[in-house]
Design a protein around this ligand. Structure first.
Ligand code: GAF
Length: 397
């Protein structure tokens, strides 16, 4: 039995029907572009959440979170946002699954009946929470994948990603985009995925880093993604779109907007609030940057790719204003280091990790140097993850 299966047995005293592993994610480039219908370039990583699940017959969902040492029970008949956020990550996707099945006119009533009988679920993981590696998306995807298998619901991965996003929006209260759930479910070993968040088309690129490693430097500052700032950025982008729409009614999102339009309708010569101008300027340039970065990847121009990562950081810090002093310090520290070809803050921001592409030969010396300066500057320990790119959500044998 898998380790998570054993935990399940300890809690519920019977053998689970199945177990699932679902990874966290990195994102090479394309930050805050997902909810603006732009492009992102994420990958699944070697940090994950595991769940084991078994059927019940009394209509309850019994949950055991091993790492938190907590349990909870709710009735499946009455799913609504819970006071404990970890519970929301589980019941939010169950609610979405039930809703999705009920809304489908050709649904199979026996599926609804089966899922309404409830289940036991046990979860455990090693994704540091608040580090910007999408531990919550990994939980949502693991639970959804598990119930999809358990009840043979036949959802495809994109449907599950969209349902998990809706669960995060409606139950966890974060107006996040699709990237994290998409990456967790669709990851493939040693490949990054270019996702077009407008058409939902995606393409895998082998990431052949040969002499380089992807390294995450964790500031240990807990990002408060659910805090108002993330949702505020979204609103500011929408306000920018709204202003441009008055002259260009066909513009629906910042994906449809050019840099010239940003300057003309939102720039310093207009009376648009400066924040709206800065946010939109960053997003429109980042959407273009991801497309150019993918061309670098295609021809193996990793130095050019890395340079774009630094540019992204500059935009996130100065224009989008979602960085923090610790993240800026970590990027500044490696900016002129010839062994680091690219670095930037990653994820929602306000803490969490920077992502760095570092020459393998120099890995130890660079990390020691960065850790020492970080400790001196902040009095905090730098936590370092050398990451590998792994398979997305899957059943555990
Ligand atoms: C968080 C969100 F959940 C994603 O949807 C994305 O917007 C990201 O921040 C920023 O790129 O991880």
């Amino acid at each position: 039995m898998s380790a998570i299966g054993t935990y399940f047995f300890t809690h519920f005293n019977y053998t689970p029907s199945l177990a699932v592993q679902s990874p966290g994610r990195i994102n090479l480039i394309g930050e805050h572009t997902d909810y603006n219908n732009g492009f992102v370039l994420p990958a699944a990583i070697d940090k994950y959440v595991e769940v084991a699940i078994g059927k019940r017959t009394d209509g309850n969902i019994n949950m055991a979170a091993v790492d938190l040492n907590k349990t909870a029970t709710v009735s499946i008949q009455n799913l609504k946002p819970h006071s404990s956020q970890w519970v929301n990550y589980i019941i939010g996707v169950v609610y979405q699954a039930i809703h999705h099945i009920s809304a489908n006119k050709n649904n199979n009533p026996s599926q609804l009946e089966a899922i309404n009988n409830g289940f036991d679920i046990c979860l455990k993981g090693n994704i540091p929470s608040g580090a910007g590696l999408s531990s919550s998306a990994a939980v949502e995807c693991a639970v959804l994948f598990a119930i999809n298998e358990l009840y043979d619901l036949q959802f495809n991965k994109m449907e599950m990603a969209l349902m998990a996003q809706k669960a995060e929006n409606d139950f966890a209260g974060v107006q996040c985009g699709l990237m994290d759930m998409f990456a967790s479910l669709h990851g493939q070993k040693n490949k990054v995925i270019l996702l077009d968040c407008a058409s939902l088309e995606f393409h895998y690129y082998p990431l052949d880093l040969t002499d380089y490693s992807i390294v995450l430097f964790d500031t240990q500052i807990k990002h408060a993604l659910a805090s108002s700032e993330y949702n505020t950025r979204r609103q500011e982008c929408e306000q920018g779109v709204h202003l441009i729409q008055q002259s260009h009614p066909l513009v629906k999102t910042l994906r449809d907007v050019t840099m010239e339009q940003v300057e003309k309708y939102l720039g310093p010569s207009t009376d648009t609030p400066n924040n709206i101008y800065k946010r939109c300027k960053y997003i429109v340039s980042e959407i273009l940057r991801v497309q150019a970065a993918v061309k670098d990847l295609e021809v193996g121009a990793m130095q050019a790719f890395g340079k774009k990562m630094f540019e992204t950081h500059e935009g996130l810090s100065k224009l989008y204003e979602v960085s923090c002093p610790e993240l800026d310090f970590l990027v500044d520290t490696v900016q002129d280091n010839e062994n680091v070809i690219g670095a930037r803050m990653m994820g929602g921001g306000f803490g969490g990790c920077t992502i760095n592409i570092i020459k393998k030969d120099a890995l130890e010396s660079v990390t020691q140097q960065v850790a020492a300066s970080y400790a001196q500057q902040t009095n905090k320990e730098l936590v370092v993850y050398v990451t590998s790119i792994e398979e997305g959500t899957h059943l555990l044998k």
